[in-house]
Ligand binder design. Structure first.
Ligand code: GLC
Ligand code: CA
Length: 555
């Protein structure tokens, strides 16, 4: 049954253990600290945590440079602490997904060290080498402007090695059967310690052919099936959430025609066009993106997000659209990154405007897919643009107005807490927001609760209903003889709108407001007419509140 698939209707919360809570007072967050905050997460209503990399690492790319896949970095605790944490999460019904960073290792990984040192080592072939400098060494960089090339000369090996990302992240030769076997072993290891799956980093690069003679890399999609099968054999409810910023016409290659590949993918297409819609009040490109990414196997799911730990990548927009988003949300060069994106957090991008923040979140929770939130966004946390590249949006969680936001007892946390301006911890923190019923934190808790009671969004089918007003997005979801309908106004001004709820059955005449008291009754022509305030949003149940009595058990 589709409704067995937990990930299709989960609330995923992404966090980094190093910036969440520091229990031992050394200035770095750790698993014991995170464990103590599980009650907070449970209260917020999240059902799954996505943990950013925490394995042993030199930390030159915030842990995305792993030097031992089978360990917890000592700064975060021990494997024992990790298991305590996954156990605590399980007790509260929260699943744990972890990052799986296997496109590359750190250059400090023993495999790479061995590969450099000894041409006869079995690890030599685990990486990608070239005696001569490949012609395309200056192309294909993921971090343009910061990263200079994709091939770097190694004095020990006397050869060039390939790195899609920074030069300290040598690419694994993922076509090699031994490397593939090792990837499965890594997954198997963490499953055994209580995780329910993986956010797989850089998937298009993991499955690409690599080598000095590869001009245009080809994706080896069958690898995805092998990863999935292994997981499912070991533990039925384990999933892979793929990071793959690809064009809609290749989505089905990642999901597999029969849903035999990735369970979930982040919807980058919708993400970029959503920000364009927020910037321009024109929802047409967003609607197009939703329809272009509509097709997917019944068992597959989109991961929806607003901001994540990386830059807001706007590379898929037209130049003009991108400029519109830059002008609205990141006008200064210092707010932009890698010639294609914005590195700020959500709240400051939206000028701290509560109406717009609620609108954005309401969309996150009602677009087709499973919402993936970022820690601190439930408080409207800000960024510190004095920190380099993407670090500006990775500052410690703001718990209270005590020193260092209650994140640590240490005098000087490794990563500074935001302590100045309107987003400083003195003003923005969880303790204050708990006290006020109307705070963003309490609003988020309520919206998550309501999202759980509209499972149609995760499991159902959707339709975008036209109102002939580009500033308005109306979506309806149908599942098991029930429907829900959402209206969003992207414009700052109130809009008068008219639409028919559509769908099958004769229930569309009544829309019951789930968040307020203004219900809607259709006119004689079957159309709903009302005025929606600037940046307003409405969540409706179609028909009446007897929907659970009407629900059927199939579909
Ligand atoms: C992914 C991560 C990013 C990291 C990169 C290299 O894009 O999201 O943070 O730098 O992979 O692992
Ligand atoms: Ca610590």
């Amino acid at each position: 049954m589709i409704s067995d698939l937990w990930y299709k209707n989960a609330i995923i919360y992404c966090l980094s253990v190093g910036t969440y809570m520091d229990a031992n007072g050394d200035g770095i967050g750790d698993f014991r600290g995170l464990d103590r905050r599980l009650d907070y997460l449970h209260g917020l209503g999240v059902t799954a945590i996505w943990l950013m990399p925490f394995q042993t690492s030199p930390h030159r790319d915030d842990g995305y440079d792993v030097s031992d896949y089978y360990s917890v970095d000592p700064r975060y605790g021990t494997l024992g602490d990790f298991v305590d944490f996954t156990h605590g999460a399980k007790q509260r019904g929260i699943r744990v997904l972890i990052d799986l960073v296997v496109n590359h290792t750190s250059d400090q990984h023993p495999w790479f060290k061995e590969a450099r040192r000894d041409p006869d080592s079995k690890y030599r072939d685990w990486f990608v080498w070239s005696k001569k400098k490949p012609k395309n060494a200056k192309s294909g960089m993921v971090f343009p402007g910061v990263q200079k090339s994709t091939w770097t000369y190694d004095d020990h090996a006397k050869a060039y090695y390939f790195h899609r990302f920074y030069d300290f992240q040598p690419d694994l030769n993922t076509s090699h059967p031994e490397v593939q076997a090792e990837i499965l072993k890594i997954m198997g290891f963490w499953i055994q310690l209580g995780v329910s799956g993986f956010r797989m980093d850089a998937v298009p690069f993991v499955i690409a052919t690599k080598g000095p003679k590869v001009g245009k890399p080809e994706e080896q999609y069958d690898m995805l099936r092998a990863f999935r099968e292994f997981l499912q054999w070991r533990q039925g409810d384990c999933i892979i959430l793929a990071e793959a910023n690809v064009l809609p016409d290749t989505d089905m290659e990642y999901f597999g025609d029969d849903g035999e590949r990735m369970h979930m993918m982040f919807n980058f297409q919708v993400n970029q066009h959503l920000f364009y819609a927020l910037a321009s009040a024109d929802t047409r490109p967003l609607t197009k993106a939703m329809i272009a990414t509509k097709k997917r196997p019944a068992t597959a799911q989109w991961g929806l997000f607003l901001r994540n730990h990386d830059e807001l990548d706007l590379g898929r927009l037209t130049e003009e659209q991108r400029q519109t988003v830059f002008d609205a949300f990141g006008p200064d060069k210092g707010m932009q990154l890698y010639d294609r994106g914005i590195r700020r957090r959500l709240a400051p991008m939206l000028g701290g405007d509560r109406r717009r923040i609620e609108l954005a979140y309401s969309l996150l929770f009602t677009l087709p897919g499973t919402p993936v939130m970022r820690y601190g966004d439930e408080l409207g946390m800000g960024d510190d643009l004095s920190l380099k590249e993407r670090d500006c949006a990775r500052t410690p969680m703001q718990w209270s107005d005590e020193p260092h936001a209650g994140f640590t007892k240490h005098e000087k946390p490794t990563c500074p807490v935001i302590s100045e301006g309107p987003y400083g911890f003195q003003h923005v923190n969880a303790a204050i927001q708990r006290r006020y019923p109307d705070s963003l934190l309490n609003w988020t808790e309520r919206i998550i609760r309501m999202r759980k009671e509209v499972p149609e969004v995760g499991w159902g089918d959707f339709e975008v209903i036209s109102t002939r007003n580009p500033a308005i997005l109306v979506t309806r979801y149908d599942w098991r003889n029930n429907s829900v309908l959402f209206v969003h106004n992207f414009d700052a001004e109130p809009q008068e709108i008219a639409f028919a709820a559509g769908g099958e059955g004769a229930h569309g005449d009544v829309l019951v407001n789930l968040l307020g008291t203004e219900h809607s009754h259709a006119g004689a022509d079957g159309k709903h007419r009302f005025v929606i305030e600037g940046y307003g949003y409405r969540w409706y149940r179609v028909g009446g509140l007897d929907y659970l009595l009407r629900r059927n058990d199939t579909g």
